[in-house]
Design a protein around this ligand. Structure first.
Ligand code: SF4
Ligand code: SF4
Length: 67
């Protein structure tokens, strides 16, 4: 099973990772980081394939995928 780590403080809530996920597992949550941006989260970790498209898409290197 894959695991995903978010470095929340880097996230700007742009939503590019949400668009990138072929399984539509990511969303920009209502939780704000210290800079005041809403941060991305994964909704169903068990469904993640570990494809890492979300991590490749993120311009701020927020996401690391472990397989
Ligand atoms: S690793 Fe792939 S399946 Fe998992 S959240 Fe990222 S884009 Fe979606
Ligand atoms: S994790 Fe990256 S791509 Fe996703 S919302 Fe945050 S900054 Fe944007």
């Amino acid at each position: 099973m894959a695991a995903i780590e978010f470095i929340e403080e880097r996230c700007k809530g742009c939503g590019l990772c949400v668009i990138a996920c072929p399984k539509e597992l990511l969303k920009v949550s209502s939780h704000l980081n210290r800079a005041g941006y809403p941060v991305s989260t994964i909704e169903d970790m068990d469904a993640c394939t570990g494809c890492a498209l979300c991590a490749e898409m993120c311009p701020d290197v927020v996401i690391t995928v472990f397989k």
